[in-house]
Design a protein around this ligand. Structure first.
Ligand code: 5GP
Ligand code: SF4
Ligand code: MG
Length: 463
């Protein structure tokens, strides 16, 4: 999911949020929503669809205020329904609360039981609403916003980056492992205007509205933005940074910056490493657009084999992977990529992509390249084999769906129909990511899950 928040009295906060979400659209295309606070009053609107389909000038004009929270949804828990769209809005003793969540709790069952015991009722089946209700319940027991939130997080286990709006301030939070990203930025201030803060999943959400990147919210940190400025609380006992390495490899936008480097440069470096690790004679290097492009350019640069475009993508359809059903996914790919026959005919092709999950997309692409006349197709993947499912907010499905969980590399190559298949080595991943790799979750390659997953949840997804 994409989350966004802004504290900016005197600005059109709904419009800033609209554009922020527009830049974060790649993080989820199922639904979009914005909530604004004008003093005590909350205004909100959400619906199914892309940000540009959900909102228009008229709807935005009915969202006045000083504080706004926005969300674009990629469903992991709770089905793809309007009622599950976010921000989740909850009424409390101190007024309304609007919460946007990116991530996935692993103890939803226990949390729901605890909240039911406290006589809370639910509108939806999402873990995100449960976090909002947990905070609201603490407020209703007499705590202020800050105390309420900090107490509620003690009940939450799993991945949660949050933006929470209240009538008096805006909160940004990352769980103690910081699995999902969240950054803080500043809108340019003037002598008459105090600093105005922005929260966004990625730096590209700041760039689009001209906000300056200040820093990341740290794992286990809560930032509380009010008329007095921004206060920071390190609430987790033992924060242990474990940001999702797949944000780096695939999920986040290439123009977003993580650890002072654009993900474009990072992905190019992994492509170079891939070329160092495996030499294959070929005539052209092409990418699976868009996610494979930087790695393919890096591969071409290092190998000396020319880079070209062999597949043209229709940019106006959503990411195939994010569509909820297999049937939709399969029809999605045909709409999405078209091979360039005159570039490919008679060529030995190196096809670079960031990852193989189920292998369904890859298989179709390889067939399309051969139909377009490629004589050989050698696939190079700029990450190690994905053998384990994600429980922290990326819908990589159950383990039995992951092609590398049960098949050897030779078997995968055969299934997707390539002449050869090479993955980036684990060592290569370690070295390109830097000594920081311990600061990342890489469980989908290793099965080493940084946040304990309850047995019942594990059983539902692991073979
Ligand atoms: P497959 O061949 O496994 O069906 O599809 C692989 C493609 O799915 C890659 O191009 C990758 O960029 C894309 N993809 C889409 N969503 C995800 C995701 O959530 N995780 C990963 N690892 N890859 C994804
Ligand atoms: Fe990211 Fe994989 Fe960890 Fe999920 S399991 S958070 S996709 S690295
Ligand atoms: Mg891709």
């Amino acid at each position: 999911c994409g989350i966004f928040g802004v504290y900016a009295p005197e600005e059109d906060v709904a419009k800033l949020t609209y554009f922020g979400l527009y830049a974060l659209q790649h993080r989820g295309q199922e639904s979009a929503g914005i909530a604004t606070f004008a003093g005590e009053a909350i205004h909100h609107y959400k619906n199914m669809g892309l940000v540009s389909q959900v909102f228009n000038e008229e709807i935005l004009s009915k969202l006045p205020g000083e504080i706004a929270v926005g969300h674009t949804r990629y469903s992991t828990t709770g089905s793809s329904l309007k009622v599950n769209a976010q921000p989740a809005v909850v009424e409390t003793r101190l007024g309304s609360l609007a919460l946007a969540h990116n991530g996935n709790l692993v103890n939803t069952k226990e949390l729901r039981e605890e909240l039911t015991r406290r006589n809370c009722s639910f509108l939806t089946t999402t873990d995100s609403e449960m976090i909002a209700i947990a905070i609201g319940n603490e407020v209703d027991q007499g705590k202020d916003w800050l105390e309420a939130a900090l107490t509620a997080f003690q009940l939450c286990q799993g991945a949660y980056s949050l933006v929470v709006g209240t009538p008096v301030g805006l909160m940004g939070v990352r769980d103690p492992h910081g699995i999902r990203p969240l950054v803080v930025g500043l809108l340019p201030s003037t002598s008459t205007r105090p600093a105005r803060y922005v929260l966004a999943s990625e730096t590209c959400g700041l760039d689009i509205i001209g906000a300056e990147y200040l820093r990341s919210v740290e794992p286990g940190e809560l930032v509380w933005i009010t008329e007095e400025g921004m206060a920071s609380f390190h609430w987790a006992e033992k924060p242990q940074p474990k940001m999702c390495v797949f944000e780096m490899i695939y999920f986040a936008r290439p123009d977003s910056v993580v650890h002072d480097e654009s993900l474009y440069s990072y992905r190019m470096r992994i492509g170079e490493r891939l070329a160092e690790e495996s030499h294959t004679d070929a005539d052209i290097v092409i990418a699976v657009p868009d996610s494979g492009v930087p790695a393919a350019i890096g591969y071409a640069k290092k190998s000396g084999i020319p880079y070209g475009e062999g597949l043209i993508k229709n940019r106006y359809v959503g990411r195939t992977f994010i569509q909820p059903t297999q049937a939709m996914r399969e029809s999605g790919i045909r709409m999405k990529l078209n091979p360039l026959r005159d570039v490919l005919a008679g060529k030995r092709v190196i096809l670079v992509d960031d990852s193989i999950v189920r292998g369904t997309t890859s298989k179709k692409i390889v067939k399309a390249l051969r139909d377009a006349g490629a004589t050989e197709v050698h696939m190079k993947i700029s990450s190690p084999p994905v053998t384990h499912p994600c429980f922290y907010g990326l819908d990589t499905d159950t383990q039995d769906q992951l092609i590398a969980a049960t098949k050897s590399i030779e078997e995968i190559a055969q299934q997707i129909g390539v002449d050869s298949l090479t993955y980036l080595s684990w060592q290569g991943m370690l070295e390109t990511t830097g000594e920081d790799i311990n600061h990342f979750c890489s469980a989908c390659f290793t099965g080493d899950y940084p946040i304990t997953i309850p047995e019942n949840v594990k059983r539902a997804k692991l073979i």
